[in-house]
Design a protein around this ligand. Structure first.
Ligand SMILES: Cc1ncc(COP(=O)(O)O)c(C=O)c1O
Ligand SMILES: [Zn+2]
Length: 370
């Protein structure tokens, strides 16, 4: 049976009640042993639940699914390099956050919880709201007032109670945490069940590359739920002897809100508070990533790096992808700007995978001004 454990003070907790952090204040991880029965996996449908035995939901009846995942891995040529893009805006709610939400809200259902609270820049909130809607679980979603209107409308369409909070993304998180003393905190950054969903990103790439692993992954990083999930997924495959390598993890931040970039460059173990400015890449506008230390460790352990792109690189990257038939939101365009930077200094032999995490329709009013 799985348990929560604290990577900071090594305490264990049963998975029950409203606990969402350790008594020492740290976030919690999950003790869990995944399995990869290949023959069974290959017989299943193309959804992320094909990795059933690697996802910590014991009861089949608890699974809440729209048939999500197993998104295309498209090979494209970018600036003379061959790269692969995982098309993760093709999820039911239009962003990769459904990977985490399908697992976390399945767990919430399994625990018999009837109401949750979450805070987000908009996409995780939409994903949590959709799966709660499906399960008939009540939910309150806190977002910053500046969130794109597409995401606000979407969250409400799923029947969630929307709370718009004045001020920064951090102020929004504080407001949600006050609620979390009474209501289950279905937080994508604190709750490790979310990462046990986003890790399927790694499993799919491994399978789509016929059991091979790329040299590098270029990913957006705010709270790092995709980057940490990808790291966990490849580590689990390595521990299960399905591969002997883990890709270099390259995180992309916006230069005007880049706590991880700064900490990486300075050699700090932990990000320190920053003065952030507004960025159109709202999904990665995170001044104080909860799992900052864990993200930096993962990046350093794999020989990766953090890139900081400027606001002026986002619009051209978004338009370039649009002309190729991919309408993405600015946060995902920031990732592509980072990918282009990364490719400039790499040799052509390197196998690089990146991703398009969010659909452009969510942010049309912001994109219209680019
Ligand atoms: C479209 C999109 N891409 C990437 C991210 C970054 O995810 P994380 O903050 O978990 O690193 C987000 C987060 O909201 C997002 O909405
Ligand atoms: Zn602890």
């Amino acid at each position: 049976m799985e348990r929560f454990y604290c990577p900071n003070c090594q305490r264990f907790y049963p998975i029950q009640g409203t606990r969402w952090r350790c008594d020492c204040g740290s976030f919690l991880d999950l003790e869990f042993e995944p399995k990869f029965p290949i023959r069974k996996i290959l017989k299943r449908g193309p959804t992320l639940w094909r990795y059933r035995e690697a996802i910590p939901i014991p009861k089949d009846d608890s699974i809440l699914t729209f048939g999500e995942g197993f998104t295309p891995l498209e090979e494209v040529e970018l600036d003379g390099h061959r790269v692969f893009l995982k098309i993760d805006y093709l999820f039911p709610t239009g962003s990769y956050k459904d990977r985490g939400a399908t697992v976390l809200i399945s767990k919430v259902k399994e625990l018999g919880i009837r109401k949750v609270v979450e805070d987000s820049s908009g996409n995780a909130g939409s994903a949590i709201a959709a799966y709660c809607g499906r399960a008939g679980i009540e939910c309150e979603i806190y977002v910053p007032e500046s969130t794109s209107s597409g995401k606000l409308v979407q969250i409400q369409a799923y029947g969630a109670v929307l709370k718009r909070i004045k001020g920064s993304r951090e102020r929004t998180a504080e407001a949600a945490m006050e609620s979390a003393s009474r209501i289950y905190y279905a937080s994508h950054c604190w709750n490790p069940f979310f990462l046990h969903g986003t890790k399927t990103f790694a499993f799919e790439i491994w399978e789509q590359m016929n059991g091979n692993v790329p040299d590098a992954l270029v990913l957006p990083v705010g709270h790092g739920t995709l980057l940490l999930g990808a790291h966990m997924g490849f580590k689990e495959l390595k521990e299960a002897r399905k591969t002997d390598r883990i890709p270099r993890l390259v995180g992309v931040q916006s230069a005007v809100c880049a706590p991880l970039y700064r900490a990486f460059k300075k050699g700090w173990r932990e990000p320190r508070p920053i003065e952030k400015e507004d960025t159109i890449a709202e999904g990665i506008a995170i001044a104080a990533p909860i799992r900052g230390r864990q993200i930096l460790e993962a990046i350093r352990e794999t020989g990766g790096e953090v890139l900081a792109i400027t606001e002026s690189e986002i619009g051209p990257a978004l338009k370039e992808m649009g002309r190729r038939g991919h309408f993405i939101e600015p946060t995902s365009a920031a990732t592509i700007a980072g990918l282009k930077r990364y490719l400039r200094k790499k040799n052509k032999e390197e196998i690089v995978v990146s991703t398009l995490t969010g659909m452009g329709l969510k942010a049309t009013e912001k994109i219209g001004h680019l």
